[in-house]
Design a protein around this ligand. Structure first.
Ligand SMILES: [Zn+2]
Ligand SMILES: [Zn+2]
Length: 337
């Protein structure tokens, strides 16, 4: 038997004993060591994740050690690994184009199917990658960073461009980080001063603006009245997502990284006059994961500063409430098994 954390229904998490998963042929059996906690998990706990049924073992930001692996997988017991948690079908229209991140039949571990907040997990070998040259903590941080890296690729961010990232949660921070690494001039907009402080001091963004009466005027100042080549929304907030279009420069891109269970509408003349490119950005591909891994190995990601909190698997149900409280200043929390 193994310990796992199950969310029975919104608002209830329990430590339970489950059988160790049977390792089917072609699968890797992992001993999970680290699980990153993110907005998706909080949505699951709050009951605001649109793609979910309960009960669910959450956990999709996974690092661990190989216990058992197929001979042809290139993995051997004891290997430290990270997981790409988006199981794709390989056959649908998106997969045929290499866009496995938005597969028609996608199964995201910890969302559509049970995830890795457990001592063991069995999954197809193709989703398990050796975490060479990085720590287990770093390995558990690849996934959320890959989502940011993917969004930056979607937005086609180029050196010298002005970029606005609305929402300074972990995903927004990942977008800022990779936009800075791409050589862009990055502005962060958020309601929380503490988060904006991190954007300046840890991520090196060029400008920060607190949401308020004069925010648009400040954004104009920081962009020479032209606004931004690419605006990213990472808020999950309907008002912010509607408003973000105002900050897109003529000929610019608007990338919605976050998701909201609502209808987003724009005043069409504002959309049209900019010839706005509106883009969704969902999950990440293996190329994004590899890019993050390389960037991490090169020491260009301040992972230790972004990992603000940690707890054991057993303690997680008790601390999640605190972690969701903005006063606790959580950026990335890691659960240790
Ligand atoms: Zn995540
Ligand atoms: Zn597919």
């Amino acid at each position: 038997m193994m310990k796992a954390i199950v969310c029975d229904h919104p608002g209830q998490l329990r430590v339970v004993e489950l059988p160790i998963p049977e390792n089917k042929p072609g699968n890797v059996l992992l001993r999970i060591r680290r699980v990153g906690v993110c907005g998706t998990d909080m949505h699951i706990y709050k009951g605001t994740q649109p793609f979910l049924s309960y009960p669910r073992v959450m956990g999709h930001e996974l690092a661990g050690e190989v216990v058992e692996a197929p001979a042809d997988s290139g993995l051997v017991p004891g290997d430290a690994v990270f997981v790409m948690p988006y199981l794709s079908c390989g056959k649908c229209i998106a997969c045929r184009k290499g866009k496995t991140n938005c597969c028609s039949n996608i199964q995201v571990l910890g969302v559509h199917c049970d995830g890795g907040m457990a001592e063991y997990l069995s999954l197809p070998a193709g989703y398990v990658f050796r975490a060479e040259g990085i720590t287990l903590d770093q390995a558990a941080m690849i996934e959320f960073l890959a989502i940011g890296a993917h969004a930056v690729k979607r937005g086609d961010v180029k050196a010298g461009q002005r970029i606005l990232v609305v929402g300074a949660g972990p995903i927004g921070m990942a977008v800022m980080l990779f936009s800075r690494l791409a050589g862009a001039d990055v502005t962060a907009l958020d309601m929380r001063e503490d988060r904006l402080e991190v954007c300046s001091s840890v991520l090196g963004v060029n400008h920060v603006v607190a949401v308020g009466e004069d925010d648009k005027a400040l954004l104009a100042v920081y962009s020479d009245d032209e606004f931004f080549d690419v605006v990213f929304d990472a808020t999950g907030n309907i008002h912010a997502m509607k408003r973000g279009l105002e900050f897109v420069a003529q000929g610019g891109n608007y990338v919605l990284v976050s998701i909201v269970q609502d209808t987003i509408s724009f005043f069409d003349p504002e959309f049209h006059k900019r010839e706005t490119s509106l883009l969704g950005s969902r999950n990440a591909t293996i190329a994004d994961f590899e890019f993050v891994l390389d960037t991490m190995r090169a020491g260009r990601i301040p992972t230790a500063l972004l990992n603000t909190h940690r707890a054991s698997l057993e303690d997680f149900p008790a601390v999640l409430g605190d972690w969701m409280n903005p006063d606790h200043g959580v950026i990335k929390a890691i659960v240790e098994c």
